[in-house]
Structure formats: C-alpha cells, structure tokens
Write a protein that binds this ligand. Sequence first.
Ligand code: SAH
Length: 225
Amino acid sequence: MAREKDHLLRGGIGMTSQRTRERLIERLYDEGLSNARVLEVIRRTPRHLFVDEALAHRAYEDTALPIGHNQTISQPYIVGRMTELLLAGGPLDKVMEIGTGSGYQTAVLAQLVERVFSVERIQSLQDRAKERLVELKLRNVVFRWGDGWEGWPALAPYNGILVTAAATEVPQALLDQLAPGGRLVIPVGAGDVQQLMLIVREENGFSRHLLDAVRFVPLRNGPLA
Ligand code: SAH
C-alpha cells in the first residue's frame, strides 16, 4: 500500500525517484541533521509536489526554489534544522507557523506535532498549499490568511512558533503568544543574510540563542496581497 502510494506520488518522474530522495537524506545527515524522526519525515514527504512541475526534477536538491510571487520554498536542510530546533525541547502539541508559502514546511511539521496553525499573507499561495495538504491527507493543519507580525492571538498560546521569513526584529506579538516553556525559531535581520534565533519562554522572561547565518525572504509589512 505504502509503495503504491509512493509510486502514485512520484508520478513516474525519474528525478524524484526514491534513490534521489535517499541521497538528499544522506546529505542532510552529513550536514549535521540528527533527529531520526525529522529525517524520516523529510524522506517520505514528496517535495516535488510543492513546486511547479517544471522544477520537479530539482525538488530533491538541497536548495531553495522559486514558488511564484517572489517567494521560495525553503531549502530542505533549513526545514530540517528549524524543525529539529523546535522539537529539541520535547514533543509539541500546538505549533504556529508564519509563512505557509508552498506548504512544504507545514507538511513536515504536521507529521511531527499534534496541530499546526499556519499564517500566510499571500492568499493564492496559501490556497495552493491547502490543496497539497489535503492531497497528502494531512488534516491537522488550519490556515489563516493574515499578517504574521500579529501571529494568531485568538488561538494562542503555542508551544512552538516557527517563522519562515526574515523579520527585522522579533515580533512582540509572537513572544506574547508563546506558552511557558514554548520555543520560537525565527530568522532575524534586515540584510540578505540573517541570523537564526531560538527564543525560549522561561519562568522569568526569555532566553535567546543566536544560531546559524541563514538567507530568507523578508517578513513583509503592510497590506495583504
Ligand atoms: N515555509 C515556506 C517558505 C515560504 S517563503 C516553504 O517552504 O514553502 C516565506 C513566506 O512568508 C512567503 O510565502 C511569504 O508570502 C510569507 N510572508 C512574508 N511576510 C509575511 C507576513 N507578514 N505574514 C505572513 N506571511 C508572510
């Protein structure tokens, strides 16, 4: 059954073969990803369904790819790295994601946590992401068309918040919506290269950890598009 499904999802595209996917997993492991559950989820998530058909042959390269509207699907290594950081404190039940984009990071999260709340400002991207998640039968995700700077206060607090666009500063609303012990993973910076941060809500305030240099599209301000 699993094999049949995989065959269906592959749709006969040679470059999306299981072997190509295995090579990506090996590479991610070599680059330092170490959470076996995260690697397994990346292995079984058909990334080629999250990009245009014309780019499907590159879906298992460890690289960001365009998804339209000047946005990109994140690089698999970064998806894995941010997911590992989020999960490193133990299992999570409620996770908010800012920047649904293609829905690929959303799909990875949905297989590792109980519920995902995903916010995106470009409605057409989010509509397409929704379709993909339905197709993959990932039903523990709800979507909001809105501004990630504001988070999703009505459903707060969250045990984890993952932001997939670079913020010029850490949005106060996201800190406010973090549960005690909750973890926020966010790229911060105004330039082309930003700093990945892990922020943990402790009993008396927040602990902040500066991590890798990363490249993300900006977390935008202003009206929704
Ligand atoms: N995780 C996505 C990455 C998408 S790129 C993927 O793997 O496909 C970043 C996304 O953040 C884009 O879709 C962009 O529209 C969205 N974004 C940018 N600013 C935002 C904001 N203020 N609120 C919500 N989403 C935002």
